[in-house]
Design a protein around this ligand. Structure first.
Ligand code: SAH
Ligand code: DHB
Ligand code: MG
Length: 226
């Protein structure tokens, strides 16, 4: 009942506030057809990301965890002319689907996908002098969120907004004794945010079509060390 209600309210929000969108629908359809898991952000969450990019005036975005590029398309479209997005995806099959979806959405010039484990590609980006990024969306494997936060800080400047998806996981985050690497990684992520003097952070719980979860928002306020 509860999940049905959350899903129905998501549908109500979408029907009222979101427009039909051929490119986003096509990206989801192609991802489904290719057998990718249905774990993208929801449409109204995509709209939230779009608004955050615009509110922040972000011109450069780094994303970890592309899947079929559904969130990527929302983020990239919110960029102004000349904006850039780099997205990191480990799974070569997902990356192939994502690259096709990005091209179909007309975003090939704006979005660069790097295929490989993000803990390998992040140091490469750093060594190449990429960044600092204006906005960073962390949404790859949850057990590595602590490492992703460290790299995000290295690729940040004062004013960078770091957004982390899936930081509640139906409340699983509450269990200090969990043997699940996803929960441990999530809890460590909170501890690091709390201990990090260079960020000001909160998390917001969400319910909706994807259940009970949440986003962390962290604003970088000090100069990260290298
Ligand atoms: N951001 C997407 C959903 C991402 S799902 C959206 O909302 O549309 C998480 C993704 O992280 C999956 O595609 C998975 O393959 C990828 N992933 C898992 N481990 C990874 C790693 N070590 N490095 C980069 N990507 C990884
Ligand atoms: C799941 C959800 C996500 O948003 C994600 O990034 C990865 C996995 C899930 O529900 O399994
Ligand atoms: Mg996610």
């Amino acid at each position: 009942m509860t999940q049905e209600l959350w899903t129905a309210v998501d549908r109500y929000i979408d029907a009222h506030l979101l427009s039909e969108d051929v490119a986003l629908d096509a990206a989801l359809a192609a991802s489904d057809a290719a057998g990718l898991p249905s774990i993208s952000i929801t449409p109204n969450q995509g709209k939230l990301l779009e608004l955050l990019v615009r509110i922040h005036g972000a011109r450069s975005i780094l994303e970890m965890g592309t899947l079929g590029a559904y969130s990527t398309i929302w983020l990239a479209r919110a960029l102004p002319a000349g904006g850039e997005l780099i997205t990191l995806e480990a799974n070569p099959r997902y990356a192939e689907v994502a690259v096709a979806n990005i091209a179909s959405a007309g975003l090939a010039e704006i979005v660069q996908l790097r295929q490989g484990a993000a803990l390998d590609t992040l140091p490469e980006l750093h060594a190449e002098g990429a960044g600092p990024f204006d906005l960073i969306f962390i949404d790859a494997d949850k057990q590595n969120y602590p490492g992703y936060l460290e790299w995000s800080l290295r690729l940040s400047r004062p004013g960078t907004l770091i957004i982390g998806d899936n930081v509640v996981r139906g409340g699983a985050i509450l269990d200090p004794n969990s043997s699940d690497g996803i929960v441990q990684g999530g809890r460590r992520f909170y501890e690091m945010l709390a201990a990090e003097p260079r960020v000001s952070a909160t998390a917001i719980q969400t319910v909706g079509a994807k259940g009970h979860d949440g986003f962390a928002l962290a604003l970088v306020s000090g100069r990260p060390s290298t």
